[in-house]
Design a binder for this molecule. Structure first.
Ligand code: HEC
Length: 260
């Protein structure tokens, strides 16, 4: 897949499509062997200079499992109707829309953070499209969670949720990665067996909590985690000791580079 994209990008560059610094990364090459039409003006949108204050913005939320979980819930609720569960622009509400919803699983692999964040914040007003603006509805963290989720959907790091409503989502891939990561951490003596168990239990509770409370009123990821843990202690879902232990394990895993 990567190789194909590079070839497509190279062909686009040769065709004189690339506009250097004026472009928000390079175009996906829609219509060039990707099975999608070029009539919707997607290439033109991709070549629009990202306006302030969005230009040069970088994703402030790491694409960790916890962010992908939240992004998945938001995506299913707000985006899948048009963009489709798999992000290929084929949701049930996409019929008849002109321009058609973009295959964002695909274009998100190519487009920059600032472009994606801008487009999903401000919507399609300037392009006369049905793409809604989300900046008043979703806080910054939620919008970055969506950027992370769109990318993970396209790269295959998460599986599409089946059906709008998303209850049958199978986070198997993400879970297996975590189990593998914890195993390595035990082998390297970074955490103990017991700590791996504590981590897994608290992590699941935390994930569920954050997924159902996407608008916790703090924006940065570490702050969200601290706030969520405090809330879980307050409501008796976990003990203060579990929260402390989780935080300490989390810090060691991050410092060791095993977890991002
Ligand atoms: C009512 C249908 C509709 C809904 C709901 C919707 N979109 Fe869109 N979206 C569109 C259409 C149509 C386009 C293509 C036209 C455009 O770029 O403005 C688009 C374009 C985009 C783009 C630009 C992609 C590119 O390659 O240029 C992004 C990013 C995006 N949508 C993300 C989202 C996210 C995330 C959500 C949910 C929070 C969402 N959309 C909800 C209709 C929708």
């Amino acid at each position: 897949m990567r190789t194909l994209l590079f070839i497509v990008i190279a062909v686009m560059a040769l065709a004189g499509c690339s506009q250097g610094a004026e472009t928000a990364r390079t175009d996906s090459g829609s219509g060039m062997g990707m099975g999608m039409g070029m009539s919707s003006g997607m290439m033109e949108r991709h070549h629009t200079k990202v306006p302030a204050p969005y230009s040069e913005m970088n994703n402030s939320v790491l694409p960790e499992n916890i962010s992908l979980e939240r992004g998945g819930v938001l995506y299913t609720t707000h985006c899948a109707s048009c963009h489709g569960d798999g992000g290929m622009g084929d949701g049930p509400a996409s019929t008849g829309l002109d321009p058609a919803p973009s295959p964002i699983a695909h274009t998100s692999q190519m487009m920059s953070d600032d472009y994606l964040f801008w487009r999903l914040s401000e919507g399609g007003v300037t392009f006369n499209s049905a793409m809604p603006a989300w900046k008043e509805i979703l806080d910054e963290t939620s919008r970055w969670d969506l950027v992370n989720y769109m990318r993970a959907l396209g790269s295959g790091d998460v599986k599409p949720r089946q059906g709008i409503g998303g209850s049958s989502y199978d986070p198997g891939v993400v879970e297996a990665q975590q189990t593998e990561m914890l195993k390595t951490a035990i082998e390297q003596g970074i955490i103990s067996d017991t700590e791996a168990e504590i981590f897994q239990v608290v992590h699941t509770i935390l994930d569920n909590f954050l997924a159902t409370n996407p608008d916790l009123s703090v924006s940065s990821m570490p702050e969200r985690q601290v706030a969520a843990l405090a809330e879980l202690v307050k409501t008796g879902k976990i003990t203060q000791q579990q929260a402390n232990e989780f935080q300490s394990i989390h810090d060691r895993l991050t410092e060791s580079g095993l977890m991002q």
